[in-house]
Design a protein around this ligand. Structure first.
Ligand SMILES: [Zn+2]
Length: 222
């Protein structure tokens, strides 16, 4: 990836905006015109990590109007009775107003938030981050408990990453809008882990603990 000096970051962003107008937007003008004139109707809510390498539109080959996205440090979903802030509002709006049909919690490999959960001293000078990461403490306990039952300590980061996604899915279900829509059969949910190095997304469908890779050439049925 190209590096950019501090002074030229804004110029790089401007160049990117120009390139988008000319190459991407102009090339799909009809699609963008449609998106601009009809109310948005995204089919999916994705809660992903804020990590700069986790571009949910790119990894799902999605275009404008398809995904309603919330990104935060560690792809956390505060339980309904906890922090009722931005993430909770995104969930409620996506499910109640936009009536998304699927909701995803998407974690990823090499996640700094998961590393900070494992090594709290990393957030010594970041009290806000440390407080936010408390939403992952239950996952940390589960991952530690699972680890004590097997002999692969080097896998603690990927294990925690998976357990955190599963725990945030559980938190997602505490939101009344989600619980109601799921009960009516209008909403399904799944947990994902995206591997940055390989590009592979692994998915645990609701109720499953196993993350199954979505591999090229294997089309989903139905
Ligand atoms: Zn992350």
């Amino acid at each position: 990836m190209a590096t950019v000096s501090d002074q030229s970051v804004l110029e790089k962003l401007k160049a990117g905006a120009r390139k988008f107008q000319v190459e991407v937007h102009a090339g799909s003008a009809e699609k963008y015109q449609r998106a601009a004139t009809i109310p948005q109707a995204p089919h999916t809510l994705i809660i992903a990590c804020a990590d700069s390498r986790v571009d949910v539109e790119t990894i799902t080959s999605s275009g404008p109007g398809e995904l309603f996205v919330a990104r935060n440090v560690g792809n956390m979903v505060p339980p309904y009775n906890g922090v009722r802030g931005g993430v909770s509002a995104v969930i409620e709006y996506a499910v109640t107003a936009l009536r998304v049909r699927h909701a995803v919690v998407c974690g990823h490999s090499d996640c700094g938030a998961m590393k900070a959960l494992l090594h709290p001293e990393l957030t010594d000078r970041m009290p806000t981050v440390a407080t936010w990461l408390q939403h992952g403490h239950a996952a940390l306990m589960v991952a530690g408990s699972v680890a004590s039952r097997d002999d692969h300590p080097t896998e603690e980061l990927p294990r925690l990453t998976e357990e955190n996604v599963l725990m945030q899915l559980a938190h997602l279900k505490t939101h009344p809008s989600v619980a109601g829509a799921m009960a009516r059969g209008e909403l399904t949910i799944s947990g994902w882990v995206y591997d940055i190095g390989t590009g592979v997304v692994r998915i645990a469908e609701d109720g499953q603990r196993e993350f199954v890779p979505v591999t090229a050439g294997a089309e989903a049925k139905g």
